[in-house]
Ligand binder design. Structure first.
Ligand SMILES: [Zn+2]
Length: 137
């Protein structure tokens, strides 16, 4: 799978360090690690704004689609159209749908069919994959 934005591991590590990303951000975004629940900075974050890919800055979610799923990770019921690519994930003996950034392939989390209306989806994301962008003043 190729993505419009390609960088080496060393380049991603340098970029994430420069952005002040969470310590686990490289492992999460580039090696599909999962941060521990209730530890991410956006789990209980409810300000208005946008959530962007920590790696490439692509806009992924609007704050108005964020909801409290009680699962310990930031959850959204709708992604920005075209921003996310879904991939079947058979790891850990389960069939899940992995979500990655459509621009750079960063691992974001998984999407589950048990979210609230109107979509019925729950995008269960790692805080470490996201970068909050407040609205312009
Ligand atoms: Zn990205």
């Amino acid at each position: 799978m190729t993505y419009p934005i390609q960088k080496t591991d060393a380049e991603w590590q340098a970029l994430l360090r420069e952005k002040g990303a969470e310590p686990g951000a490289f492992e999460v975004t580039r090696h599909a690690a999962t941060e521990r629940p209730f530890t991410g900075k956006y789990e209980g974050h409810w300000a208005d704004g946008s959530y962007r890919c920590i790696c490439c800055g692509a806009k992924l979610f609007d704050s108005e689609t964020k909801f409290d799923a009680g699962c310990g990770w930031p959850s959204f019921w709708r992604a920005v159209p075209g921003a996310i690519r879904e991939i079947e994930d058979h790891s850990h003996g389960m069939l899940r749908t992995e979500t990655v950034c459509a621009q750079c392939g960063a691992h974001l989390g998984h999407v589950f069919p048990d979210g609230p209306g109107p979509t019925g989806l729950r995008y269960c994301m790692n805080s470490a994959s996201l970068d909050f962008d407040p609205p312009a003043p």
